[in-house]
Design a protein around this ligand. Structure first.
Ligand SMILES: Cc1ncc(COP(=O)(O)O)c(C=O)c1O
Length: 406
């Protein structure tokens, strides 16, 4: 008989697990990297392919409202991140959306030359920012400080503060409201990467006064591998900015085929080319699972799962060192532990059905997705981790060969 952890008995989200396809014998602690497939999505995609594409063909852009799918999906995401209808669009990748919103932010502060970020930011954001500064060639500087030093580094020369709210390695959570206020007090704008926040922690973009935001569709939003990302522009900026990629989907009248570019009013001006309907349909459909839950409930369970995980690991696996903030208020929905042979341990764990991931040089990352994890899963996962560490079953050549994706 399988055991049941006492905290699972009164768990109001427990039944949600049934909505997801979790392979037998798998405890999935990597929803922060690639979310699990909601069971209803394949049938939805099959319908989009065989009925909408198959039968309606080109007509489906109108008859099935494909043309509005980026904003319809954006509005659903907006509900999870405190963004009103018409402020979020689902499109492109997070990296591309960083480029677009950063360009837009810089254009609103033409007299300032500094982009401020931190060294806990996801590298693609920093790569994109430095690429944009080179491309603009107007003396912009990307200034990268420690996460704790961001607040004091926001000076009058800063055009945009560009941060990822939840650190991809440690789960450290920035105070969005406080840093956005500090940025505004200094006359700067605030850009937030919500890749590890959307669907995982309650976010209130409007309440925080954030100017721009981006994030991934394939992590906690369960949109599928390479799902479209999202992009938010605060209402007061929407008609003052343009995309650096002025493609026809952002045009006021794409089907007028005019030779000059005139940006459409509203969030659609940040879109570029033809939307990826199959991928967007998957993301749009996956968001159904959030319809009847609120982010506060998700957060409560996320904290409970991650606190249990830390307590169990520290009790049973003294070889590992906590890399995440101990205070749950200072963490997102993931917990990381350091171990010199962390890569091999993670491969050994995966071989036994406990799936997390690894970030160089020594970080073992575990994501907590309250919609499809139970407290018992956590206890069982740590039981397997303890066995792997005690028996040193990780110490085998096949667990030490690095794959392309870690
Ligand atoms: C914080 C953050 N931003 C951006 C990205 C990259 O997004 P993409 O590869 O979809 O452009 C990731 C990917 O994990 C991420 O964690």
């Amino acid at each position: 008989m399988t055991s049941q952890h006492p905290a699972d008995i009164a768990d109001g989200l427990a039944s949600k697990k049934q909505a997801f396809q979790i392979p037998d014998g798998v405890i999935y602690l990597d929803g922060n990297s690639l979310g699990v497939l909601p069971k209803h999505v394949p049938a939805r995609i099959a319908k989009v392919i065989s009925e909408e594409w198959g039968n309606s063909l080109i007509r489906a852009w109108n008859t099935h409202s494909w043309i509005d799918l980026p904003t319809r999906t954006g509005d659903r995401i907006g509900k999870l991140i405190g963004a009103p209808a018409g402020t979020v669009v689902a499109c492109d990748s997070t990296s591309i959306n960083v480029f677009k919103v950063l360009f837009a932010a810089l254009s609103l502060r033409p007299d300032r030359k500094v982009i401020l970020s931190d060294n806990g930011n996801f590298p693609t954001d920093l790569y994109v920012a430095s690429g944009l500064t080179r491309l603009l060639d107007k003396g912009y500087e990307l200034k990268v400080v420690d996460p704790e030093a961001v607040k004091d580094a926001i000076g009058k020369d800063v055009a945009a503060v560009m941060l990822t709210q939840v650190d991809y390695r440690t789960g450290r959570l920035h105070d969005m409201k406080d840093l956005t206020r500090t940025a505004h007090d200094a006359g700067a704008l605030a850009i937030w990467d919500l890749a590890h926040s959307a669907g995982a922690v309650p976010v209130d973009l409007s309440g925080a006064g954030a100017d721009f935001a981006v994030g991934c569709g394939y992590k906690y939003l369960n949109g599928g591998p390479g799902a479209p990302a999202f992009l938010y522009v605060a209402p007061e900026h929407q008609d003052k900015v343009t995309s650096p990629m002025t493609g026809w989907m952002g045009h006021e009248a794409p089907f007028a085929f005019d030779l000059d570019y005139r940006p459409v009013a509203g969030i659609n001006r940040m879109t570029v080319g033809t939307p990826a309907i199959l991928a967007l349909s998957s993301l749009h459909s996956a968001l159904d699972v959030f319809e009847d839950v609120d982010m506060v409930e998700i957060r409560r369970k996320s904290v409970s799962l991650s606190e249990l995980f830390i307590a169990e690991v520290e009790d049973k696996c003294p070889q590992l060192t906590l890399a995440s903030p101990r205070d749950p208020e200072a963490r997102g929905s993931q917990v990381s532990f350091r171990f010199a042979e962390g890569y091999a341990v993670m491969q050994a764990l995966i071989s036994r059905g406990v799936i997390g991931d690894f970030r160089a040089p020594d970080v073992m990352r575990f994501g907590f997705t309250p919609l499809y994890l139970s407290h018992q899963d956590i206890v069982d996962a740590v039981g397997i981790l303890k066995d792997i560490l005690e028996t040193e079953s990780w110490n085998r050549p096949e667990f030490k060969t690095r794959a392309k994706v870690t």
